[in-house]
Ligand binder design. Structure first.
Ligand code: HBI
Ligand code: FE
Length: 299
């Protein structure tokens, strides 16, 4: 499609290892004026479906962030306008990138309160699954939470922590914390469990599965436990970790992870669906979904 030729979008990058970003920080122009009517229409389809599903499912902070941002059904949001509002509220900006960027580039942006967002949007035939974060995942899923001061500090701390974890060889452990909070976190609120993770909030199927399906475990979040737990990147999670309140992330943004890495070092790892005697289990999952995926021919 035309905009990819112009922007060297994700296909340009995926084309080969020789693909190089024009800028060292991998940012590109969002190219807002070049989105086609069909691309805005894809956004609208996703926006309307997800807005409906998130009623009574998204946490209060997500709803408040969305309400105060220039994000609507009709158009793919303009990052400059998002950044104006975010900057005033929490000092964050949204910058455009062509897709996944190298870990250290990603961390460097977050450490400086710049959220790298894919500028492309998924194709109509891939509404429910995509390999790289697009503008719908990044803007609809992540940006509303960046309006919250706790999340704003937590994600910046993750960027700083990521640079350090790389030097310490602990990126695997840190990435699990990000995964089970920023991407797939649940939180207890007045009327029950709510979504705050962007990977869930931007997925029609997983926003229902994570809260309503009997298959997955829902376990009280514990830092060391989560650091030792592998995750699924290509399917629904088998376990979700639940905060009592988003304020618990304040503590995580402040503490030094080094002693935690040291404690976890050499300890066994847990499978995504494993439940421990020491877990505070909110829902013990049936595991039916994951079992069916492992044995699709099963009886
Ligand atoms: N790049 N654009 C983008 N978005 C991400 O979420 C992202 C990334 N690069 C690396 C990465 N995430 C993760 O592997 C790190 O959080 C570990
Ligand atoms: Fe994400």
């Amino acid at each position: 499609m035309q905009r990819q030729l112009i922007d060297s979008g994700k296909h340009g990058l995926a084309a080969g290892a020789d693909a190089r970003p024009e800028r060292a920080d991998w940012t590109i122009d969002q190219g807002w004026a070049r989105y086609t009517a069909a691309e805005h229409a894809t956004w609208k389809t996703l926006y309307e479906r997800q807005t409906r599903l998130l009623l009574g499912r998204a946490c209060d902070e997500f709803v408040a962030g969305m309400r105060d941002l220039p994000i609507g059904a009709e158009q793919i949001p303009d990052f400059r306008r998002l950044s104006e509002v975010l900057m005033q509220r929490t000092g964050w900006q949204v910058v455009a990138v062509p897709g996944l960027v190298p870990d250290e580039v990603f961390f460097e942006h977050l450490a400086n309160r710049r959220f790298p967002s894919g500028n492309f949007i998924r194709k109509p035939h891939e509404l429910d699954y995509l390999e790289e974060p697009d503008v719908f995942h990044d803007v609809f899923g992540h940006v509303p939470m960046l309006m919250n001061p706790v999340i704003a500090d937590y994600i910046q701390a993750y960027g700083e922590g990521g640079l350090r974890a790389q030097r310490l060889g602990k990126l695997t452990q840190l990435a699990r914390v990000y995964w089970y909070t920023v991407e797939f976190g649940l939180v207890q609120q007045r009327d029950g469990l709510r979504i705050y993770g962007a990977g869930i909030a931007s997925s029609a199927t997983e926003s229902v599965f994570a809260l309503d399906d009997p298959s997955p475990n829902r376990i009280r979040f514990d830092l060391e436990r989560v650091m030792r737990t592998r995750y699924r990147i290509d399917d629904f999670q088998e376990s979700y970790f639940v905060l009592g309140s988003l304020d618990e992330l304040l503590e995580l943004a402040r503490i030094d992870f080094l002693p935690v890495y040291r404690r976890v070092e050499g300890q066994s790892e847990f499978e995504p669906g494993q439940v421990l005697d020491t877990d505070r289990v909110l829902t013990r999952g049936t595991g039916a979904y994951a079992a069916a995926r492992r044995a699709p021919q099963g009886h």
